[in-house]
Write a protein that binds this ligand. Structure first.
Ligand code: SF4
Length: 290
C-alpha cells in the first residue's frame, strides 16, 4: 500500500483498510481544519488505486471494511468510483461495507439514482461534516455549504438507502455564538434525521487559520463547562423520530457520551448535568487530542 502524507479516517473506521482515492480535500478552506493544508488536492490515477487494492489483497487475509480517503473521495464521478468498487467486490468478497468521505456539494452533484448505484456496489456509509447548523457559524468558518444544502445532502444520502454519519463540532461558535450554534445544530439534526451523529470538541493545530484567531484573541474558546452547557442545549433541541446513533466519545471530548436518540436523550442529558456538577469527571486538557 502507498500512502501520501498523513491519512485521516473517522473513528469508526479504525479497523478498516484505508485506500487513498484522492489526495487532500477539494475544498480545503475550513478555518478550523488543518488536516490537508500541506496537500495539493488531486484525484489519484485509477490504476494506482487498483494496484493498491491488489497489493492489500496479498497482505491481508480478511478485510471486512474498506474506507476510501482522503477528504472527499465522493468528488469522483460515479463511473470511476464504480471501477474501484467492482475491483473491491472481486478482490475482497468478504468486505461488508465501504465507507467514504463526501462534502455536501459532492452529494448534491449526484442524483439519488447515482447514490443508490454506489450503495448497490458496496458503499454503505457516507461521512459528511456539517460542523454546525448555524448559517452564521458555517460562513465564519468558510465551510462552503449552507445549512439548507447540508440538510438536503443528508436527506438525499438517507433517501438513497445509504447511511449518513454527520459530524458537528462543539465550541465552533466560540463564546459569541455558542447558543445559536447549539440550538441550530440540534434543530438541524431533527430536520435531516441522519443515521449517525458524531460530536467532536474544537481543537485546532497551528496550520488552521482559526488557531491564529484564538492566539490573537479574535476567537474566544469555550471553557469545558461552557462546552457541556452547549452540548446540553444541542441535545435538548434534537427531536428525531427515526433512530439516530449519537456519539460524543472522541478523544477531543471532555465527557464521553453514547446513545441512541430519541430513547437515550434523557440519560445523556443527565450524564451531562452530572458532569457539570462534578467537574472532576471531565477529561484533563492534557489528554484531549484530535
Ligand atoms: S473540514 Fe473537511 S471540507 Fe473542510 S477543509 Fe477539512 S477536510 Fe476539507
Amino acid at each position: 500500500m502507498r500512502y501520501e502524507g498523513r491519512v485521516y479516517r473517522p473513528p469508526s473506521e479504525a479497523y478498516s483498510l484505508i485506500v487513498q482515492v484522492t489526495i487532500g480535500c477539494a475544498h480545503n478552506k475550513c478555518t478550523f481544519c488543518s488536516m490537508f493544508k500541506d496537500k495539493r488536492f488531486r484525484v489519484r490515477k485509477i490504476n494506482e488505486v487498483l494496484e493498491d487494492l491488489q497489493a492489500a489483497r496479498q497482505y491481508y487475509r480478511k478485510v471486512e471494511r474498506i474506507f476510501l480517503a482522503d477528504g472527499d473521495a465522493l468528488v469522483l464521478q460515479n463511473k470511476d468510483l464504480l471501477v474501484i468498487l467492482r475491483e473491491i467486490r472481486k478482490l475482497f468478497p468478504e468486505c461488508q461495507r465501504v465507507g467514504i468521505y463526501g462534502s455536501p456539494q459532492d452529494v448534491l452533484r449526484k442524483t439519488e439514482e447515482e447514490l443508490a448505484e454506489l450503495r448497490e456496489n458496496g458503499i454503505g456509509i457516507v461521512y459528511i461534516g456539517a460542523e454546525s447548523g448555524s448559517d452564521k457559524v458555517l460562513k465564519d468558518v468558510v465551510k462552503g455549504a449552507t445549512r439548507a444544502e447540508i440538510i438536503e445532502a443528508v436527506r438525499k444520502i438517507e433517501a438513497s438507502g445509504l447511511q449518513a454519519s454527520v459530524t458537528f463540532i462543539s465550541g465552533l461558535g466560540g463564546k459569541k455564538d455558542w447558543k445559536e450554534h447549539a440550538i441550530e445544530s440540534g434543530t438541524m439534526i431533527s430536520e435531516m434525521e441522519p443515521s449517525y451523529v458524531g460530536l467532536l470538541t474544537l481543537i485546532t493545530e497551528p496550520l488552521a487559520e482559526l488557531h491564529d484567531d484564538i492566539e490573537k484573541g479574535r476567537f474566544e474558546l469555550l471553557s469545558p463547562l461552557e462546552v457541556l452547557q452547549e452540548t446540553e442545549l444541542m441535545l435538548e433541541n434534537i427531536n428525531v423520530k427515526k433512530t439516530c446513533v449519537f456519539r460524543s466519545n472522541h478523544a477531543s471530548n471532555y465527557v464521553s457520551l453514547k446513545g441512541d436518540l430519541p430513547q437515550d436523550k434523557r440519560r445523556m442529558l443527565d450524564q451531562i448535568r452530572n458532569a457539570m456538577k462534578n467537574t472532576d469527571m471531565l477529561k484533563d486538557e492534557r489528554f484531549r487530542m484530535l
